[in-house]
Design a protein around this ligand. Structure first.
Ligand code: ATP
Ligand code: MG
Length: 414
């Protein structure tokens, strides 16, 4: 039989990597909890419509990257490519929009049919936060501060740069869109095929094109700043001032955009040069029009999502699990006694590894491999005296301990 491989773009998280991911999630969850963002878990698949409506037919995700299939009941189902649509759908399904503001944290796998490379998988994982029902710029500031705090507690803040832009309100965007259509229209022939297509469907997206030829044209394109209404400019100034008050540094990046109409005002990304081409670790912004597009009441929203793989790669190794005690029985009677003894100690909160098989030397090898703090040697002679030999595997010292005192003695190791 051919060797079974994981599906292209998917990865097993072996224990060391799973630990790295868990460290990211637990750190993020703990910081989010301090900001009163409580965990929400939505299904990993939704009706395809949920993503089509929210992400837009012209987005890369919907047009190229979705894992969609028809289920046995004939419904079109999609594995979630991102978290916001499901959260907003859940708020609507659960009638929670009466209860604003809502502050949510989520973590879990996402699925996109992309070309796999370093930092880019087909199944990947995100943590994210959403703040619903807060139209004030202080909401944007809180969301960004929360992201920065998580990066700081992961030890990554100094390796990242916060890039910030505004997409204004709908009036600003309409005016800017006209300016872009005029400008890019004059350069249509020089644009990449993708961007020519974007020009007809979603001209703002051209700004975020990765094509080098497009970049030259984009570099001297009209600036959003010249098309902001007074209200939109004031809103952005308030976000910037709020970040200044917190001492959160940022760079203004006029080409940072989101192509869809319900995105407005603040758009931001935390980027890094530490990961090569896949430089964005956390991306977010304000999406005041989203819930309405899904058929719900108009409800302002702002949030971000961060790629766990990229954060974990930057964080490096995570401390290994606590060191166990290796319980090593020698002889038949001892083997029979080992499982109940391990059971008793574990119930008392002590970490015990039992190898189940092998002679003394194999079991000692395993004890070293698990980085055991000490070995509990259970031999026939000791058992006759209701005792075990406790060997400190760091110092090599050993003592005989009555089984009645064992639990107390092990506790002293911690
Ligand atoms: P990119 O420009 O890298 O494709 P994106 O705009 O598609 O990113 P978002 O949808 O904003 O990304 O997702 C937020 C974050 O999720 C990204 O900044 C990144 O850290 C992570 N992410 C997105 N797609 C992938 C993927 N295929 N593999 C691993 N991480 C990903
Ligand atoms: Mg992408």
């Amino acid at each position: 039989m051919a060797k079974l491989q994981p599906v292209r773009g998917t990865h097993d998280l072996l224990p060391a990597q799973a630990r790295g991911h868990r460290h990211v999630v637990e750190t993020a969850r703990a910081v989010a909890a301090r900001y009163c963002y409580d965990t929400i878990d939505t299904p990993i698949f939704e009706f395809t419509e949920v993503f089509k409506r929210t992400l837009g037919e012209t987005s890369d995700v919907v047009s190229k990257e979705m894992y969609s299939f028809e289920d046995k009941g004939g419904d079109s189902i999609t594995l979630r490519p991102e978290g916001t649509a499901g959260v907003v759908r859940a708020v609507m399904s659960g009638g929670l929009a009466q209860d604003l503001p809502l502050k949510y944290f989520y973590a879990g796998p996402m699925f996109r049919y992309e070309r796999p490379q370093k930092g880019r998988q087909r199944q990947f994982h995100q943590v994210g936060v959403e703040l619903l029902g807060v139209p004030e710029p202080s909401g944007d500031v809180e969301i960004i501060a929360l992201g920065a705090q998580i990066l700081e507690e992961l030890g990554l803040l100094t390796d990242t740069k916060l890039e910030l832009n505004t997409l204004g309100d709908s009036e600003s965007r309409a005016s800017y869109r006209r300016a872009l259509v005029d400008y890019f229209g004059e350069h249509r022939a020089e644009l990449s095929a993708d961007s020519q297509h974007r020009l007809d469907r979603n001209p703002l997206r051209i700004l975020d094109s990765k094509d080098p030829g497009d970049s030259e044209i984009v570099a001297v394109a009209p600036r959003f700043a010249d098309h902001l209404t007074v209200e939109a400019a004031d809103f952005f100034a308030a976000v910037c001032a709020g970040l200044d008050d917190l001492g959160i540094a940022y760079t203004l990046t006029p080409t940072l955009v989101r192509g869809l109409d319900y995105y407005c005002h603040t758009a931001f990304e935390f980027t890094t040069t530490a990961l090569g081409a896949q430089g964005t670790v956390m991306a977010g912004g304000r999406y005041d029009g989203l819930m309405e597009i899904m058929g719900g009441p108009p409800t302002p929203g702002v949030g971000w999502a961060a790629g766990i793989e990229r954060l974990a790669m930057m964080s490096g190794d995570t401390p290994p699990p606590p060191r166990p005690f290796a319980l090593i029985p020698v002889g038949e009677d001892a083997v029979r006694r080992a499982t109940p003894l391990a059971h008793h100690l574990r119930r008392a909160g002590i970490t015990v590894d039992l190898a189940h098989r092998g002679n003394l030397s194999r079991r000692m090898k395993r004890a070293n491999k698990t980085r055991a703090r000490a070995a509990i040697l259970l031999g026939e002679d000791e058992l006759q005296r209701n005792a075990a030999t406790l060997r400190d595997l760091d110092s090599g010292d050993q003592v005989e301990v009555s089984l009645d005192d064992l639990e107390a003695r092990l506790a002293q190791f911690r």
